[in-house]
Write a protein that binds this ligand. Structure first.
Ligand SMILES: NC(=O)C1=CN([C@@H]2O[C@H](COP(=O)(O)OP(=O)(O)OC[C@H]3O[C@@H](n4cnc5c(N)ncnc54)[C@H](OP(=O)(O)O)[C@@H]3O)[C@@H](O)[C@H]2O)[C@@H](O)CC1
Ligand SMILES: Nc1ncnc2c1ncn2[C@@H]1O[C@H](COP(=O)(O)OP(=O)(O)OP(=O)(O)O)[C@@H](O)[C@H]1O
Length: 487
């Protein structure tokens, strides 16, 4: 196109000479206008790219300038140079690919049984959000997995069941019950706090030190720093030392009340732990049958749900289960309380995080990492161009999406990645090649959703919703499989 353009400009210059006949001048004028219009519609050719992931550290210095702006949070791959982007079709135009598209989809066989094309689960869905886990699970089914289970809040299970008979849905905790437990705990803590602030000074013998001196001790100190047997001792000491019986009764009553409150609090916290453990057991008992678990779509931000999720993720890593982390679980991992878990997940090869712009900004920079290469997990930074990175290598998905961005497309992507990860497990069975192929499969999942969104948008325009994207997925995958066969 550049050649055509320069030829046209040169010709224009030559033929616009006053001695050139008018008819020739008009013809050249048209040629010039047509070539300008064509240049506007066709993008200039991209430099040759390989299908290898590119090393982020090998990139131009411009991305370092950009990434320094976000030093407080996680390094943003979408703020790096966008020169090395790829579309699905590019995979077939380069022979030096490290990745094998023919191993993305498990082949059909007459010996296939229910589950041999993938069993995934979603942990998410709350009283507020029921659509998100549905989109994720249904996306995985529409990709082609055989079985999809949704573990959710009991309050969400009936609506989700009603969306689709194909889904298996299990309520594993109740937000209402968790709310009641938290309210009870808050009331007990508030009552304890009231006593803590009663700083009555009382005079006691220094029996601890075995000497005869006396000192003023705040009731606060007595209540908080002495165990039960000690309290008894204190009471005896008080009996000996405090003359005013009314004051004495007061103090003893307070001690008893605090003891009672502390016991109730302990009993409540034990009950909480028991309920949380039961929820965790319900999810973990399915692990041996799962190829991948996606956590987060519509999860909500209840502190006790986060406790369940914390244990599920720990057990997932212990079981070497592939974990796809999206939405609210990424919020949870940005909290100081879960920093240790977050850093463990960054080192876990079977973890794929899919942050949107906000979630990416919230994720903290890991403190225990020397370089990007210490990160073993995969991060999919969603945006106009999705960036899939592992360690310091990054592959950007330049596939065009639709112009409408309805809520839930991120959930569709999380479910689609779950399906590709299930297939990766089935095909590669965790060998070294499989791990390399995993990032490529995640990138292909991004291409799939971008393409499905584009088709849905072309069909429905302003009315496009995430359901329409779901409907396009199977066609997109069928085309991709055709591309692989034709290769
Ligand atoms: N049907 C359902 O059930 C659905 C349920 N969902 C579930 O909702 C839960 C919360 O997810 P989330 O994405 O709303 O939370 P979070 O990331 O904190 O964003 C909140 C704030 O960030 C902003 N913001 C977001 N993106 C931005 C961007 N690209 N660029 C700029 N700003 C951006 C945005 O600002 P606003 O646009 O409102 O001005 C907003 O204030 C989660 O469980 C998810 O699964 C959804 O999946 C949808 C379908
Ligand atoms: N600026 C953008 N331009 C075009 N596409 C985008 C843009 N940002 C995100 N997308 C695409 O939209 C899809 C969902 O990404 P998004 O950032 O909306 O996730 P999300 O907020 O987690 O979604 P959800 O609504 O499910 O919570 C992805 O396929 C992503 O590639």
């Amino acid at each position: 196109m550049t050649l055509v353009l320069s030829y046209a400009v040169n010709s224009l210059h030559r033929y616009m000479h006053p001695k050139t006949p008018l008819s020739k001048r008009l013809a050249v004028g048209w040629l010039f206008l047509i070539s300008r219009a064509a240049a506007g519609f066709c993008p200039s050719p991209q430099p040759q790219q390989s299908t290898k992931f590119i090393s982020a550290s090998a990139k131009s210095s411009s991305h370092h300038r950009h990434s320094s702006n976000i030093s407080a949070s996680f390094k943003s791959y979408n703020q790096m140079s966008t020169a090395h982007t790829q579309k699905w079709a590019d995979v077939f135009t380069h022979q030096n690919s490290n990745y094998s598209p023919q191993y993305l989809f498990p082949p059909f066989s007459s010996r296939s049984h229910k589950g041999s094309h993938g069993r995934i689960a979603i942990l998410g869905g709350s009283n507020k959000y029921t659509g998100a886990p549905y989109y994720a699970a249904q996306a995985a089914l529409n990709c082609g997995v055989d079985l999809a289970t949704v573990f959710c809040a009991a309050e969400a299970s009936v609506p989700i069941k009603c969306y689709s008979p194909e889904l298996m849905v299990q309520g594993v905790y109740s937000i209402e019950r968790f709310d009641a437990l938290l309210e009870e705990e808050e009331a007990l803590l508030a009552e304890l706090e009231k006593y803590k602030h009663k700083n009555d000074l009382i005079t006691v013998d220094n029996f601890d030190n075995g000497d005869d001196t006396t000192s003023n001790i705040s009731l606060d100190k007595l209540l908080l720093e002495h165990d039960d047997s000690h309290n008894e001792l204190i009471q005896n000491e008080l009996l000996k030392n405090v003359d005013d019986t009314k004051k004495m009764d007061d103090i003893v009553n307070k001690l008893q009340k605090v003891k009672q409150l502390q016991e109730s609090l302990q009993e409540l916290q034990d009950r909480q732990m028991e309920i949380i453990s039961k929820s965790v057991r319900d999810v973990v008992s399915m692990f041996p049958t799962l190829h991948a678990l996606c956590v987060g779509p519509g999860l909500g931000r209840h502190p006790l749900v986060f406790k369940v999720v914390q244990q599920v993720l720990q057990r997932g890593m212990e079981s070497n289960l592939t974990l796809i982390l999206d939405a609210d679980v990424l919020f949870m991992l940005s909290l100081e309380e879960y920093r240790e878990l977050y850093e463990e997940l960054l080192k876990y090869e079977g973890c794929i995080m899919t942050p949107n712009v906000m979630e990416m900004k919230r994720l903290p920079s890991p403190s225990s990492f020397g370089s990007e290469n210490d990160k073993k997990n995969i991060i999919v930074e969603k945006g106009h161009v999705d960036a899939v990175s592992r360690g310091d290598v990054v592959m950007q998905c330049a596939e065009e999406g639709g112009l409408k961005r309805s809520g839930g497309i991120g959930d569709v992507l999380a479910g689609t990645i779950s399906a590709y990860m299930a297939w990766n497990q089935i095909i590669e069975r965790g060998n070294e090649g499989g791990k390399q192929q995993r990032a490529f499969a995640v990138w292909t999942a991004c291409c799939t959703v971008k393409r499905a969104t584009k088709l849905a948008f072309e069909n429905k325009r302003r009315a496009m919703s995430s359901r329409d994207v779901l409907d396009e997925i199977c066609g997109v995958i069928a085309h991709m499989e055709d591309d692989i066969e034709r290769r």
